[in-house]
Ligand binder design. Structure first.
Ligand SMILES: *Cc1c(COP(=O)(O)O)cnc(C)c1O
Length: 226
């Protein structure tokens, strides 16, 4: 890529509807490039490792209006740290973790924004609720008063074609609608966190409200750092 981070951000931002929130996925990206993205107007950053995020956040403390989004698989022993470092957690993928976050949020006096990660198709490489399991767990989730359950997050399995990818995103959209129809006041389901560098245009067409873009903004990551 020959263009600069700021040129790429400007170009992609202008291609997205204003209502879609652009989260710059800065995992493996050093603090100076995060500053460049910030200077180009980005205020939402996504990270997938707690330790890495902690050290970069320390370096970037002066940028106090950043909203940090955790997007990686969250181990329960890191849940507390995640709540200390992140305002959003997109990757809450099972009931036990949701319950633990709710308890910890109460202790810490925070009310994190949460997305529930769903697997629309079977995928051994990804965690997340299956659709039936999520529908079963909803009444319990609705009791977790310290969590602000904002919506669903999904990642399609690797190797789908465009039509299959669109099906996954459309199914996620429908699932959010079904959940809204259950009318749990605690679960407004206004957001859909879906779309990465390779498929965000399809996700936006299917109703994504947040896209999580890494390589298309910052360039390729070192191998095995995904
Ligand atoms: C790494 C990652 C992204 C960004 O992926 P790109 O293909 O680089 O845009 C988005 N979402 C999640 C959950 C990720 O782990």
């Amino acid at each position: 890529m020959t263009s600069s981070i700021s040129e790429r951000i400007t170009q992609i931002r202008s291609s997205l509807p204003d209502s879609v929130r652009l989260i710059a996925v800065s995992k493996t990206v050093p603090a100076d490039k995060i500053r460049a993205a910030y200077a180009a107007g980005i205020r939402d950053f996504g990270e997938s490792r707690i330790q890495e995020a902690a050290s970069k956040q320390a370096e970037l403390q002066d940028l106090s209006d950043i909203t940090w989004h955790f997007i990686g698989h969250l181990q329960s022993n890191k849940a507390k740290k995640a709540l200390e470092l992140f305002q959003w957690i997109h990757s809450v993928d099972n009931l036990q973790l949701a319950q633990r976050l709710n308890n910890l949020a109460s202790q810490l006096g925070v009310s994190p924004q949460i997305c529930l990660q769903v697997k629309i198709l079977p995928d051994p490489n990804k965690s997340g609720w299956t659709v039936p399991q999520l529908l079963t767990d909803l009444p319990a989730i609705a009791q977790y008063k310290n969590l602000q359950i904002q919506g669903l997050m999904t990642i399609p399995p690797l190797g789908l074609d465009e039509a299959e990818t669109l099906d996954v995103f459309n199914s996620t959209f429908s699932l959010a609608k079904t959940i809204r129809e259950n009318n749990y006041p605690q679960i407004p389901m206004q957001h859909l966190s879906m779309g990465m560098s390779g498929d965000y245009e399809i996700a936006v067409a299917a109703g994504a409200t947040m896209v999580r873009l890494g390589t298309i903004l910052f360039g390729d990551r070192p191998e095995k750092a995904n």
